[in-house]
Design a protein around this ligand. Structure first.
Ligand SMILES: Nc1ncnc2c1ncn2[C@@H]1O[C@H](COP(=O)(O)OP(=O)(O)OP(=O)(O)O)[C@@H](O)[C@H]1O
Ligand SMILES: [Mg+2]
Length: 300
């Protein structure tokens, strides 16, 4: 197949490749998009008429920065998030705490990036800056062409609504609203019709196995349940980018696995970009790439 799916959206493309899995012969696929090559057994790079490298996808993106550079050089991947020279500190003078120092980070469209690092290393700060909740001291953050550190308050709100789904470390549910109302917030902000909203709520509650919580008050549910409600709220608006801060921190291993499979599924099916902070190596492994923050800097 020679660029056979390049004009299709990510969902249609993924259906075609799913069907293709049933065909047991050897498959050669010529492609540009990262989502297309993700499930191949091997990737062959051709550069100026010669094979420059053959590798597995996991080696390429997840574990080997050298292959990654090569990949980015040969293929022009669309970068959805571009962070350059980012600094953030809290406090002043002697008590100044430099939390992020000269962060450079590019994220491809449709990429699933896991962020690890010790407590206090600056992971949530980085996510909150990308989410336009915190302002950096210095640096540029471009998301899909929008220079977000320069946005006015109103524009930042519009931007968040259109692009982002968050799962916060402390859930941030609205206590005066019940579960169903909390989950509906992103859709209400987009002025979706009540029928559509109800249908989407039922779908997402079912996927996360929390239909029984629908009419409960948000202050009367457990930490793990709150976490799943927060996930439902983040996913319901089909955002282009999901920012998740320790989404499995309060879940048992079974629920964590279900949630991670759902996030991975959304990432693959809709080419949704995911940035996920976690302390758990098993959770981080769901990502295409794992980055580590140490003392406010990206390691490696
Ligand atoms: N609003 C704030 N005011 C002052 N200091 C802050 C603020 N937010 C974060 N910090 C400090 O910045 C540093 C990084 O915090 P951050 O929450 O980003 O860490 P983290 O890597 O997410 O940690 P954890 O794994 O515990 O969630 C910490 O030293 C923290 O105390
Ligand atoms: Mg944190």
């Amino acid at each position: 197949m020679d660029e056979a799916t390049s004009n299709l959206d990510a969902e249609k493309e993924s259906t075609i490749y799913k069907n293709l899995e049933q065909f047991e012969g050897i498959k050669f696929i010529v492609a540009h998009r990262i989502s297309t090559i993700k499930n191949s057994d091997s990737i062959i790079f051709i550069s100026y008429g010669e094979i420059s490298s053959i590798c597995k996808y996991d080696n390429l993106i997840k574990y080997n920065p050298k292959y990654r550079e090569l990949y980015e050089e040969v293929i022009s991947v669309e970068k959805i998030i571009k962070i350059k020279n980012l600094y953030k500190s809290y406090g002043k003078g002697l008590i100044k705490n430099e939390v992020l120092k000269d962060i450079d980070l590019n994220i491809n469209e449709g990429e699933f990036v896991s962020i690890m690092g010790k407590s206090g290393s600056g992971k949530s700060t980085l996510l909150n800056i990308i989410a336009t909740i915190e302002k950096p001291d210095k640096g540029q953050i471009v998301i899909d062409g929008n220079n977000i550190e320069k946005l006015s308050l109103k524009k930042a709100n519009d931007f968040r609504r259109e692009y982002l789904g968050f799962i916060f470390q402390d859930f941030k549910l609205i206590e005066s609203m019940n579960v169903k109302e909390n989950i509906a917030v992103p859709l209400l902000l987009k002025n979706e019709k009540p029928n559509t909203i109800n249908q989407k709520i039922d779908n997402i509650l079912k996927k996360l196995n929390i239909e029984y919580l629908k009419d409960k008050n948000s202050y009367e549910i457990s930490g793990g349940e709150k976490q799943r409600v927060a996930c439902a709220r983040a996913l319901i608006g089909s955002p282009k980018i999901i920012l998740a801060d320790e989404p499995t921190g309060a879940l048992d291993s079974n629920s964590a696995e279900n949630l991670m499979n759902l996030i991975k599924d959304i990432n693959k099916k809709f080419n949704t970009t995911v940035l996920l902070v976690t302390h758990d190596k098993n959770v981080a492994e769901y990502g295409d790439r794992i980055i580590t923050i140490k003392d406010g800097e990206i390691e490696g």
